[in-house]
Design a protein around this ligand. Structure first.
Ligand code: AHR
Length: 334
């Protein structure tokens, strides 16, 4: 999917329009400064990292729709899972002299040079969804997105509650993690471990990266089942896309997900909620992709020279098999 509003040559067109307006104002003897100020839209350059999951596609849609609602002129670039493409997109936004740059960094490291260039050009940069390494923290003005550490803790807390209702040997856990060196991968892993830390009822027997992709989630699970047989009690998967792939592999082995293997997933895509209702998933930790409105509001403030909160976190919840009103969960929209 390619999501890129057409804008080629916009600067040139704006410059011509501006010159015409200025000339008209001079001819009519009125300054028109305030009116022009009110009407000039904020220009936001946004670099999306790719389209690896339903979550990501929903996030892109939400940002584009929010820009439209807010009257923000959005230049949207999809990096198709390549950091190099994100760096190129940010450089093109700098050359274009956008008012604000926002991006969802595919990994945390490797941004120092391009973000220094943005700072030298005087363009504020906002991280959305994911963060960059702490060493570069001064190069961004703020972050908007989820608290991934808390998501990991919620996943672990569900497991504690589930284990309270079970007896027997320690539960053997396999983790299918997200993209290496990405914020959700790091934080969801730490939060989960912190929640179950020191509890002898749990053992993480394997952790692999499935890159947030359904196909890799399936491959990882196939391989794990081949090597470990049915010797697995829990799957903790860092996103729904990988979970849906892993469930295909589990069912192909003749096992019943949700019963033979406890399934814990993160995101809250409609597909995962449907499987929770069917009993094939036990816990869905919500991670909302709907952050477009807040990105637009922060971008307007930054373009006006105002400062913004350093961290703006989304309000999120968790859905589990213990909830009594699963059938009432409204359509997720992603
Ligand atoms: O950064 C958010 C994560 O990225 C979502 O959990 C996942 O689905 C996406 O790929």
């Amino acid at each position: 999917m390619k999501l890129r509003p057409a804008f080629a040559g916009r600067r040139a067109i704006l410059a011509v329009l501006f010159a015409l307006l200025a000339a008209t104002a001079m001819l009519t003897g009125c300054s028109g400064g305030d009116e022009q100020g009110k009407e000039s839209a904020v220009i936001l350059g946004f670099s999306q990292l790719g389209s690896e999951s339903g979550w990501r596609i929903g996030n892109s849609r939400d940002i584009i729709a929010a820009a439209d609602r807010a009257g923000v002129r959005l230049t949207f670039e999809n990096a198709e899972q390549k950091q190099e493409n994100q760096i190129n997109a940010i450089r093109s936004f700098i050359a274009y002299q956008v008012d604000v740059i926002a991006f969802s960094p595919i990994v945390e490291d490797g941004w120092t040079n391009v973000l220094t260039e943005a700072r030298e050009a005087g363009i504020p940069v906002l991280c959305t969804d994911r963060l960059i390494s702490g060493a570069d923290a001064d190069l961004i003005v703020g972050f908007v997105g989820s608290d991934f550490y808390e998501e990991g803790r919620r996943a672990g807390n569900f497991l504690l509650k589930k284990a309270d209702r079970m007896e027997g040997d320690p539960l053997r856990i396999v983790e299918i993690a997200g993209t290496e060196d990405s914020t959700p991968m790091r934080q969801r892993a730490i939060g989960f471990r912190d929640a179950i830390k020191g509890d002898p009822r749990f053992e993480i027997v394997e952790s692999v990266s499935g890159d947030f992709l359904k196909s890799k989630g399936k491959e990882c699970m196939q391989r794990i089942l081949e090597e470990r047989g049915h010797d697995i009690d829990v799957l903790y998967s860092h996103n729904d896309a990988m979970t849906l792939g892993a469930i295909e592999a589990i069912e192909a082995e003749g096992l019943t997900p949700g019963r033979d293997i406890i399934i814990i997933t993160v995101d809250g895509e409609q597909g995962a909620i449907d499987l929770l209702k069917e009993g094939k998933i036990n816990c869905v930790v919500e991670c909302t992709p709907k952050i477009g409105d807040i990105i637009m509001s922060l971008s307007k403030k930054l373009a006006a020279g105002e400062s913004v909160e350093r961290y703006t976190y989304s309000a999120e919840t968790v859905f589990t098999e213990f909830d009594e009103n699963l059938q009432d969960i409204p359509p997720r929209g992603y």
